[in-house]
Design a binder for this molecule. Structure first.
Ligand SMILES: *Cc1c(COP(=O)(O)O)cnc(C)c1O
Length: 384
């Protein structure tokens, strides 16, 4: 029986415990599992290789992404690092280059450019909104194309289906970082992506209390290769972290609906505000990639960025002046956060093609009462 998104979030991988009837998946802390005879076990041997609480959350999130396989990791970057390891075991003659959209999470850029680059895996940053240029300038040695949509922090959206078809014609693996959209708003596997990666630390966990990463795929061969390095390199989440993530994801749909509603109220405040030069939100008709977002997303998400007319210092003052929006890195949780990407999350991209405007402020709009959020931000803007 095929069931809806929220039903799967609450039930997939979460049958009542067969021994006790517990409705909530237990946190299985055991590192090792008894065997009836050598090699004869119930599916678990050692908790780095597999753990029942981890299996539950892997089944849950894979089902939301409409993927056959799910693999969880100790952080989003650990998940990304395991994906990049595919380049080391690709078939003879495959490319080693990573094509990266020219706006991305700073830590993703750092991992690709400053860890994998020096090991002999070059990268190129490209404008993924220009598909003709992508076709025309495609480097022959590309092994993987990596896209976030919406991007962090400019919220540009890319046409996953079109990019996947260009990449597949040229033999490259397509990776989509779905952290900002979540599977509730967009399911990249159904649009042709080979791999979906998440910082589960953000919307999936949703409460700023667990660091985690996730990979979803319906490609059996890629799942087997990533499963091998998940175990062999060992960057797995603890049973407690797996439980926290499982618990957070149950409410993903209701949280995302509220995030989107509150984000729209904030955009309404900013759009005509005299202190604002530009608002970045995928729902706006003139936003880069609005058409792609409208086509592939169910709604436009809880992240809003904006540029302040008076420049960098004023942008930093706004980020300092709110009281409900907390000045902090990270995003995607129930509480609203505000930050200055140039000096915070995206500092590692300074001087690169991924450098962000210095008058940019990024909001992660939470699920508090929207009138309070609007009042808080309006008051902060009045201080500049
Ligand atoms: C935070 C983030 C990451 C990194 O995830 P961690 O869980 O912090 O390791 C990757 N991609 C995006 C879009 C992010 O926002």
């Amino acid at each position: 029986m095929s069931t809806g998104f929220s039903t799967r979030a609450i039930h997939a991988g979460q049958e009542p415990d067969p021994t006790t009837g517990a409705v909530v998946v237990p946190i299985s802390l055991s590192t090792t599992f008894a065997q009836d005879g050598v090699g004869n076990h119930k599916g678990y041997e050692y908790s780095r290789s597999g753990n029942p609480t981890r299996t539950a959350v892997e089944t849950q999130i894979a089902s939301l992404e409409q993927a056959r396989h799910g693999l969880s990791f100790a952080s989003g970057l650990a998940a990304e690092d395991n994906i990049l390891r595919l380049l080391t075991v690709a078939p003879e003659g495959s490319g080693k280059r990573v094509l990266l959209g020219n706006d991305a999470y700073g830590g993703t850029f750092r991992l690709i450019a400053k860890v994998w680059g020096p090991m002999g895996y070059p990268w190129t940053a490209v404008d993924l909104t220009d598909l003709d240029a992508l076709r025309a300038n495609w480097p022959d040695d590309t092994g993987m194309i990596w896209l976030e949509t919406p991007t962090n922090p400019l919220l540009t959206c890319f046409d996953i289906e079109a990019i996947a078809s260009i990449a597949h014609e040229r033999g490259a693996i397509v990776v989509v970082d779905n952290t900002f959209a979540t599977p509730y708003l967009q399911q990249p596997i159904t649009l042709g992506a080979d791999l979906v990666v998440h910082s589960a630390t953000k919307y999936l966990g949703g409460h700023s209390d667990v660091v985690g990463g996730f990979v979803a795929t319906s490609n059996d061969e890629l799942a087997e290769k990533i499963g091998f390095t998940q175990n062999a390199a060992g960057a797995v989440p603890s049973p407690f972290d797996s439980y926290m993530l499982l618990r957070g994801v149950k409410t993903l749909a209701v949280r995302m609906d509220r995030h989107c509603e509150n984000a729209r109220a904030i955009v309404d405040l900013l759009i005509d505000h005299p202190a604002i030069e530009r608002v970045q939100y995928p729902q706006l008709p003139d936003h880069p990639g609005h058409a792609a977002a409208a086509k592939q997303m169910k709604d436009f998400g809880g992240m809003v960025s904006f540029q302040v007319k008076a420049g960098k210092d004023a942008a930093m003052r706004v980020a300092d002046a709110t009281s409900i929006f907390t000045l902090a890195e990270s995003l995607g949780a129930v509480e609203s956060l505000i930050e200055h990407p140039g000096a915070m999350t995206h500092m590692s991209a300074a001087g690169s093609p991924l450098e962000v405007p210095d008058n940019l402020v990024r909001l992660s709009v939470g699920i508090e009462d929207k009138a309070d959020l609007v009042d808080d931000l309006a008051a902060a803007l009045d201080t500049i």
